[in-house]
Design a protein around this ligand. Structure first.
Ligand code: PGA
Length: 262
């Protein structure tokens, strides 16, 4: 795992956006895995800026989102489909039919999950997956003790995630759905590259456990230690508990020119 510590969320997000943009320029029909939540918003703003000002072309790009709440329709103001349409898709030249978000209203959830996995496979697999991390260490909505072999399926949110996400539902925990469809950890590990973003002091514990703790399903993101191409973009606040923070800075600052890709 490569740890990239930037001054703040803006700089970290811009560095992550450069990695995404490089892939899209090299492979115009790249398959991107996308995430929701507050963390990737700055990344998406930067991609929109690159589209507007630098002609970054998404016309052939295909996307798959990590997760969706069960019971929220695509037009619900807290559905992740709506989040993606508003915060990214409507502001770049992507074809909406090339974008995929799990269907939170599916009548047959297991069948919808299997179809989602098949659609990812049919698209050739995910080239680059964007990830946030929950304060409890979840990736996608793979909560602690999720199987590392899991595929897209139904999950129940932890009480901590329900509390964390209540801010999007007017602070009312009772409005937060308890069930979701999420790509599995196995699905995420199949992506050819993973980039995780984590900003702010409330992510410091989970970041330290992910990077420097044991690989264990109690901290789902720790599986990225086994991924052949994972980059973690964090700010100073999220880096506070890292024992080897100075080493990660030293590595990043001293990267040879030919290796400096973020
Ligand atoms: P956040 O969520 O970006 O809103 O903090 C991250 C996550 O739950 O993965």
């Amino acid at each position: 795992m490569e740890i990239i510590i930037k001054k703040d969320a803006q700089e970290g997000s811009c560095a992550a956006a450069r990695v995404v943009a490089r892939l899209v320029r090299a492979k115009p029909d790249a398959v991107l895995g996308l995430a929701t939540g507050s963390t990737p918003l700055t990344l998406y703003k930067e991609l929109i800026r690159m589209h507007n000002e630098e002609g970054l072309d998404f016309s052939e790009v295909v996307t798959f989102n990590l997760d969706e709440y069960i019971g929220l329709s695509a037009d619900h103001e807290q559905s992740y489909r709506r989040f993606m349409n508003e915060n990214l898709f409507s502001q770049i030249n992507i074809k909406l039919e090339n974008t995929h978000v799990p269907d939170g209203m599916a009548e047959d959830v297991p069948a919808a999950c299997a179809a989602y996995e098949q659609a990812i496979a049919d698209a050739g697999g995910i080239d680059l997956q964007v990830l946030g991390i929950g304060s409890d260490g979840h990736v996608g909505f793979n909560e602690p003790t999720s199987s590392f072999a899991s595929r897209t399926r139904i999950k129940t949110l932890t009480r901590q995630t329900v509390a964390d996400n209540a801010r999007f539902f007017g602070g009312d925990e009772s409005k937060v759905p308890h069930h979701c469809i999420t790509m599995g950890i196995g699905t995420i590990m199949d992506a050819r590259m993973n980039i995780m973003l984590a900003f702010g002091a409330n992510k410091a514990d989970a970041v330290a456990a992910t990077v420097e703790g044991p690989v264990a399903s109690i901290m789902p993101a720790s599986i990225l230690q086994h991924h052949p191409s994972a980059k973690l973009f964090i700010d100073e606040a999220a880096a506070t508990d890292l024992k080897l923070a100075d080493y990660y800075r030293w590595v990043y600052e001293g990267k040879p020119e030919w290796q400096a890709d973020a």
